[in-house]
Design a protein around this ligand. Structure first.
Ligand code: PRX
Length: 660
């Protein structure tokens, strides 16, 4: 049975215990419904109340939502604030000041702790260093950093001086980095000499050098290099400076630069259905508001919690639930540099025990790989550790199959901890559809209900509501504060991608979904565009196709589709027509390897196709369109039910059946 089918017949329900309901911030469905009603009855009043209660404004807003230039919505537009002040300065003079903000565990297990007061000083010092180097309010700064305290400091320091950060995941290639530097017009890069992952020292600065050498990056004036390890790296005189060099002598006191609520806090690139990644632009006020509110609501955050989101700061989850949300909410959080399988697949459980983690938030792919590891090696099964500190578990980034959900619930949460299966996107800034741990009865594999204020719905292609039980297109009918504001430098693409005319002005998420008849719970059925979700990482099929055909000496044509995969959710399957004769056996294997390495260089190792298949040509319709549905069937190994009578060369179906 496929994951989606098994979700649709799922009938197990896990309501929160009475004790959990009693102790929760939003306790019980009545409390949830009351918040939803408040938002429905007085939408702007609801958001205004929360914006006043949750953020510190340098200048209070008088207008809540400006809809005068739809879909370029503006929230709290005449208000002013600073994001870093709302994460750090806000706690000065409160008991949070001396609380641990970050428990950092390095790849090798070394632990360092930083209090809020210390973090403020370090962010201030780094912000001053940026300023004296000439980085100004409104500039873009590219951050290419490992998971470290310094990564968060870099982001917070940008926010502090009003610079817009653009974080690029440390697994992306030099080419991807160069494209993002050019698209954003960044003035500086913040990076590290190396990153430590799984006991290995991997270069970062060398990749920055390679990117800058590709040309077009003349906007970059400075490269700041965190000395993560003692190994030297090449430094370019005049352009590159180490953290030690720029921080020495800098004051730790840097007054935050007040910005308009709509000032772009960051740009984060994500894959869309065309070849070029989109620079998703987020605004300061609305984004931060939702980061803070969802910490409180979705994670039911208490002062005593030890929160751990395992996402890298290179993804939206690491922005909202590492770099901003936990700090805005005054939480103690764990930041982990390494990988879940080093030194063994018990690392997460060992860390939960060691740091007495109470809220644990990770991705289904990680859970599935740890299930597999503990199936084969009892010693890394969670039962070997004391996980009794846990009270809430979370899941993010891709659908969680009910089997993995049940394992997580039983073996990690001891049937005690609610699982919040949070549906959201880079574009939404924070959670959209998720259970509330002290209210929502849980159904494995379902993200349940929208958060109060989020007007999510399922519609048909003309924007008409679909009845419960029928699948359709997931939309959000009203704007919300943390929504994407623009695609950096491409407002037309923004309008077309997210607010297509035929959908009545609703926000188009790009996912299909269905609500169940009994409770109206949402289930995400997967992307409806050409976007794949591999291990919770978003990849555009066109992006991978473009990378493949860029290998002009070898590749004539390529088509990429996804297929279900037990471990990674989806796997990338590439169908390739070569400029030479059809290869077989070892030769085909060698070419497949060459192509994978090529894609890793063009985009990053996460984009490497798992399956590569060669054909003399690709199956096309009479009008010359690639028959993608047929390719998807081939990739899955399904029987072909499509009409193939129009194929010029039916022999290719046999050729394309062979995976390398
Ligand atoms: O398809 C949905 C899936 O991930 C997409 C968003 O990817 P990205 O922008 O990289 O953000 C991931 C982290 C928020 C969505 O369009 N997705 C995300 N969360 C879930 C999910 N699918 C099912 N269930 C989820 N909880």
């Amino acid at each position: 049975m496929s994951a989606i089918e098994s979700v649709l017949v799922e009938n197990r329900v896990f309501p929160p215990s009475e004790a959990v309901v009693k102790a929760a911030r939003v306790g019980g469905m009545d409390a949830y419904n009351a918040l939803c009603k408040e938002a429905e009855d007085d939408f702007e009043g609801f958001w205004a109340r929360h914006a006043k209660e949750n953020l510190v404004w340098a200048k209070p807003f008088t207008q809540v939502l400006d809809e005068s230039n739809k879909p370029f919505y503006r929230w709290f537009a005449d208000g002013q604030l600073n994001a870093s002040a709302n994460c750090l300065d806000k706690h000065v003079g409160t008991p949070v000041e001396n609380k641990t903000a970050i428990i950092f565990e390095a790849d090798d297990g070394a632990v360092t702790k930083v209090t809020y007061k210390e973090l403020l000083a370090r962010v201030g010092q780094f912000a001053n260093a940026l300023k004296v180097s000439g980085v100004k309010k409104g500039d873009r700064v590219l951050v290419y950093m490992p998971m470290t305290v310094e990564g968060v400091i870099a982001m917070q320091a940008c926010a502090r001086i009003g610079a817009t950060h653009s974080v690029v995941f440390g697994g992306f290639s030099a080419k991807a980095l160069q494209e993002r530097i050019i698209d954003g017009g960044a003035v500086a890069v913040i990076t590290a000499n190396y990153q430590m992952r799984g006991g290995k020292e991997l270069p970062l600065k060398a990749i920055v050098d390679e990117a800058l050498a590709m040309g077009g990056c003349e906007s970059i004036q400075n490269v700041f290099v965190f000395e993560r390890t003692a190994t030297a790296c090449a430094m370019v005189e005049g352009r590159d400076k180490t953290f030690t060099q720029i921080l020495t002598g800098q004051s730790t006191d840097c007054p935050p630069e007040v910005v308009d609520a709509e000032h772009p806090l960051f740009v984060l690139y994500t894959s869309g259905s065309t070849g070029k990644p989109k620079g998703v632009q987020h605004a300061t006020g609305g984004y931060l508001l939702w980061a803070k509110m969802t910490m409180d609501w979705t994670f039911d955050l208490k002062d005593s919690d030890v929160f751990w989101c395992t996402a890298d700061i290179g993804w939206i989850t690491g922005h909202t639930y590492v770099a901003y949300g936990p700090l805005a909410a005054g939480a103690t959080q764990i930041i982990f540099e390494g990988v879940p399988t080093y030194p063994n697949a018990g690392r997460f459980w060992q860390m939960i025990e060691k740091h007495k983690c109470t809220i644990f938030y990770t991705a289904p792919t990680a859970i599935r790989s740890l299930i597999k590891a503990s199936d084969t090696d009892e010693k890394v099964h969670p039962k070997n550790w004391d996980l009794s500190s846990l009270r809430i578990l979370g899941s993010v980034g891709e659908p969680i199959n009910p089997e993995a959900w049940m394992w997580y619930y039983r073996n990690v949460g001891a049937e005690r901890c609610p699982i919040v299966d949070t549906f959201w996107q880079t574009e939404t800034g924070g959670h959209m559809i998720t259970p509330l741990p002290g209210a929502t009865p849980l159904v494995p594999g379902s993200c349940t209900l929208p958060l109060p204020g989020i007007m999510a719905a399922i519609v048909d292609e003309a924007g008409n509501d679909m009845p419960n039980g029928s699948g359709g297109i997931l939309v959000v009918k009203k704007p919300w504060p943390s929504m994407i504001r623009n695609i950096w430098g491409d407002p037309e693409r923004f309008k077309k991608s997210y607010f297509p005319e035929e959908l009545k002005g609703y926000y188009l998420a790009g996912d299909g979904a269905v609500r169940d008849a009994e409770r109206g719970y949402f289930r995400i059925t997967g992307r409806i565009d050409d976007v794949l979700n591999v291990s919770g990482h978003r990849m555009g099929t066109m992006e991978i196709e473009s990378a493949l055909v860029a290998k002009t000496d070898l590749v004539a044509e390529a088509a990429v589709v996804g297929r279900p995969d037990d471990l990674t959710g989806e796997a990338i399957c590439a169908f390739v027509v070569l400029k030479r004769s059809l290869p077989e056996g070892d030769e085909a294997k060698a070419i497949a390897k060459e192509l994978r390495d090529w894609v890793a260089k063009e985009i990053g190792p996460i984009a490497k196709p798992k399956d590569i298949r060669f054909g003399e040509n690709l199956p096309k319709t009479r009008s010359g369109k690639i028959m993608r549905r047929l390719l998807r069937s081939l990739a899955k190994g399904e029987q072909i039910t499509q009409d193939t009578s129009t194929l010029e060369n039916p022999a290719i179906l046999t050729q394309l059946d062979q995976t390398y």
